[in-house]
Each structure stands twice: as structure tokens, then as C-alpha cells.
Design a protein around this ligand. Structure first.
Ligand SMILES: *[C@@H]1O[C@H](CO)[C@@H](O)[C@H](O)[C@H]1NC(C)=O
Length: 329
């Protein structure tokens, strides 16, 4: 009898712990410009991945299309959420280096539009993921967002990661190599073979810096950002995955980056933007020659299974819990 009581108390405590993680902390969004009638849009940058010129015209870096390292990327008509094309990254084999394939959006190079976005920034992108994680060491990074200029993504960046657990989470928060969330949704696996709306809010404010990410409108991960310097200078989505993953494909479409503020606050004025501390911690890397953008070799697009390890882990956990409960009760 006593054992059963202890067991019940134990389970109740675990439940309370999980429940505490389940709800974001009170006032978690006090430093976030909310998407309501008071939100004012300032500058905006958008692409539907129809043409490389969206990137090359501004000298944004594009990783090699065929890097000879088990991955490749291109704009494709194979799948599109809007328009005719989307961006596609393909894994063709395991290799020593990480799988990479992306066009970066280096707003700091956009000097005609006053460079990186300042303050609150919403980043909406649609992702169709068909890469499976089959081993606990494997990971997929669907995007990196950086306050720095120079070589992608610079030294102060945050990432959007999916590991063997199967859910989307912020990485490198509050600073490099840490993963400390003020809120994390553990119960919402990242779907495969479906367009998913991934919306991220970032503010690289040095004292109140914050990042939050929603998956199809569901709050997924919240964290503070340290070491920011007001500006979101560059980002990339596309293909970035652990080297031992042997096959898979990811599509990106409809990326919209919006600098926002609340009614009553003015948008960052030219003079304010220009007096911010210089952001040249790292030497800018030159964009590759145009020829590099069009040397695409056709690959057979691999198709992978649907069931993800994360989903089965949650299933096993739930079944185990049900068994324990039925034994106790
Ligand atoms: C994508 O998700 C964001 C955040 O939940 C939401 O505000 C936005 O309206 C969504 N976009 C579309 C096109 O549904």
C-alpha cells in the first residue's frame, strides 16, 4: 500500500514537472512585439525562391550547388508552395563534412536599404522536410540567424534544430554552444512530407535579446539571446544536416523577413541605424562567381519513410506510462 502511494506521488510530481514545462512562463512575451493591431511593419525582405537573382543581385553568399560532399542544392519546380519554384537541398550520401546547401540572406550587404534589421524581427518560412533521423547523434538544422556580419553565419548566431527527439528547438541560446530555453514544447514533433509554417521572432538587443519560434502557429521554443548588438544581420534556411545522414531532401519556400515595432515607437530611423556600433567583426567573404550558381547536376531525389524516431519514442513513453499506471491503480 505504502509503495503504491509513493508511486502515485512520484507520478504526480513528474506530471507537475512536465506541466510546468508545458506552459510558457508568465510574461514570457513582454519583450516581444506581438502580432496584433499595434504592430507596425518597418522594413521587409522577401523571396519565393523563384530566381537566384534575389540573392546574387545583393552579393549574398550561396554555398556551392554541388559541393562534392554528399549534398547539393538548387531552385526547383519539383515542388512549390507558391509561384513555380522552391529551394531544394538534397543529401546523396554520408560524407566527412556536414551537408550544406543554402542561399544566405545577408541584409548587412544591403547598404541601400540600411543593412541589417534592427530590433524586433519576424521571419516566416515554409519548410517541407523529408529527412529522417535514424540515430541519436544525428541532427538537422533548418536555419541559422545571426547578429554578425562576415562569413556565414558569423560567431553570434542562433539555430533552429531538430535532433533525435524529433521536435523543433532553438540552439546556441542564450549564447554559442548552449541550449537553455525559457520554454520548450516537447510534445510537438516536426512533421515530414508536409509544408510547415516556421515563424521565428528575434531581437538581438544586448540586454533584452529574445528568440521565439512557432510551428504552424504553435509556440515551440523560447530563449534569451546574449551578446547581440541590436541588428539581425544575416540568416539562412535550406539544407544543413549532420554528415552521417545518407539520404533526404528539404524544400524551402516563401521566406518573409519583417522588421517590426509597436505603434507609438517609430521605425529605426536612418540616423539611428547609422550610429549603431560598426558590425565588422569578421571579414566579409566574397560571393562566388555567377557561374557557380548554374552548375546543377540532376540527382534522383531520394524518398524516405514517414515515421520519425521521435514519434516512436513518444509512443513508447506513453505506452510505458499507461502500463505503470495500470499496475499502480
Ligand atoms: C505562419 O505562422 C505565424 C505564427 O504563428 C502566423 O502569424 C502567420 O499568419 C502564419 N502564416 C500563414 C500564411 O498562415
Amino acid at each position: 500500500m505504502e509503495n503504491r502511494l509513493l508511486c502515485l506521488i512520484f507520478i504526480a510530481l513528474i506530471f507537475a514537472g512536465v506541466q510546468a514545462q508545458w506552459d510558457p512562463p508568465v510574461d514570457w512575451d513582454k519583450n516581444i512585439v506581438k502580432k496584433d493591431e499595434n504592430m507596425v511593419k518597418c522594413r521587409q525582405w522577401a523571396t519565393s525562391f523563384e530566381d537566384w537573382s534575389d540573392f546574387s543581385a545583393n552579393n549574398f553568399d550561396i554555398t556551392p550547388l554541388n559541393n562534392g560532399m554528399g549534398s547539393a542544392h538548387t531552385l526547383t519546380t519539383t515542388k512549390a508552395r507558391s509561384g513555380k519554384k522552391s529551394h531544394m537541398g538534397v543529401i546523396t550520401s554520408a560524407e566527412d563534412n556536414q551537408h550544406t546547401g543554402w542561399p544566405s540572406v545577408q541584409l548587412y550587404k544591403n547598404t541601400g536599404a540600411s543593412g541589417g534589421f534592427v530590433g524586433g524581427v519576424y521571419i516566416e518560412v515554409w519548410i517541407y522536410l523529408d529527412i529522417e533521423i535514424t540515430d541519436p547523434t544525428q541532427w538537422i538544422t533548418i536555419g541559422e540567424i545571426s547578429g554578425r556580419t562576415g562569413a556565414t553565419p558569423g560567431s553570434t548566431f542562433i539555430s533552429l534544430d531538430i535532433g533525435a527527439e524529433g521536435y523543433l528547438q532553438l540552439g546556441h541560446v542564450p549564447s554559442g554552444n548552449f541550449r537553455f530555453h525559457t520554454f520548450q514544447n516537447f510534445g510537438n514533433m516536426f512533421p515530414r512530407q508536409k509544408w510547415v509554417n516556421v515563424t521565428t521572432y528575434v531581437d538581438f538587443n544586448p540586454t533584452t535579446g529574445i528568440a521565439a519560434v512557432w510551428q504552424d502557429g504553435v509556440l515551440q521554443s523560447v530563449a534569451n539571446i546574449e551578446g547581440g548588438n541590436y541588428r539581425m544581420n544575416q540568416l539562412h534556411f535550406g539544407l544543413y544536416a549532420m554528415n552521417q545522414i545518407t539520404t533526404g531532401v528539404v524544400y524551402n519556400d516563401d521566406l518573409t523577413i519583417t522588421e517590426v515595432t509597436t505603434a507609438g515607437n517609430s521605425c529605426p530611423a536612418e540616423s539611428y541605424i547609422m550610429t549603431l556600433p560598426p558590425k565588422n567583426e569578421e571579414a566579409a567573404t566574397p560571393a562566388p562567381a555567377d557561374a557557380g550558381y548554374i552548375a546543377w547536376v540532376d540527382y534522383d531525389i531520394p524518398t524516405s519513410g514517414v515515421a520519425s524516431k521521435g514519434t516512436s519514442l513518444v509512443l513508447v513513453g506513453t505506452i510505458t506510462c499507461a502500463v505503470i499506471l495500470s499496475m499502480v491503480l
